[in-house]
Design a protein. Structure first.
Length: 206
């Protein structure tokens, strides 16, 4: 687990990542996009499941596997309504046009996750001394499942998984239209140790 000072610093890095993602999305969409991070929470896995919504309702998510210096997953998760509305905005369609997750809608969500995820990873690479080549994300994969199953599946292939999730309280707007989504960083145990080494702790004084 990170202490309060380390968690605050991680939040600062995610805010820097949100600024990069805002610029990248605005250029890609050729329209105003705005992403802000209000706070970053450090939660046990079961609590993160509760935050993602009704356990009886499936959610959609784009999952990026992280390899190299930082191992784990970066997950962009959203309910169907928000995700399909996002797809309509990205595709230049009237809201409500997309009614299910077809290939085009999934592709739009995956491209969004790729842009946002890479922006956050660039911020984290600066934390690691600019070793961006040591943080290698796989292309996002689209999944739709119940929150608990989604998080459990995301951890299945980690050799030394942890029970810690870093969840961002994030505001995301395109052309002023709000989209409800969550960004989760789920590092494995060794990666939490890396974060602890990289981030200044409560006993550190500048």
């Amino acid at each position: 687990m990170l202490d309060s000072a380390q968690l605050q610093k991680l939040g600062d890095l995610f805010r820097a990542g949100a600024e990069q993602a805002t610029l990248a999305l605005s250029r890609w969409l050729d329209r105003p996009a705005h992403i802000t991070v209000e706070r970053v929470e450090q939660l046990p896995l079961h609590a993160a499941t509760d935050v993602l919504g009704d356990s009886e309702e499936p959610i959609a998510a784009c999952v990026m596997e992280l390899r190299g210096e930082l191992v784990g997953q970066l997950i962009l998760a959203f309910d169907d309504s928000s995700g399909l509305s996002l797809a309509d905005i990205l595709l230049g369609q009237p809201l409500g046009t997309s009614r299910d997750w077809g290939e085009i809608e999934r592709s739009a969500a995956q491209e969004t996750a790729n842009i946002v995820g890479c922006a956050y990873l660039n911020a984290l690479s600066r934390l690691a001394g600019g070793q961006g080549s040591e943080m290698l994300p796989d292309p996002p994969r689209f999944v739709r499942d119940f929150p608990q199953s989604l998080l459990e599946f995301s951890l299945m292939n980690q050799a030394s998984s942890s029970n810690v999730v870093f969840l961002t309280e994030t505001c995301f707007q395109i052309d002023g239209f709000p989209v409800n989504w969550h960004l989760l960083l789920i590092p494995d145990t060794s990666s939490i140790d890396h974060l602890r080494d990289w981030l200044p702790g409560s006993t550190t004084r500048s």
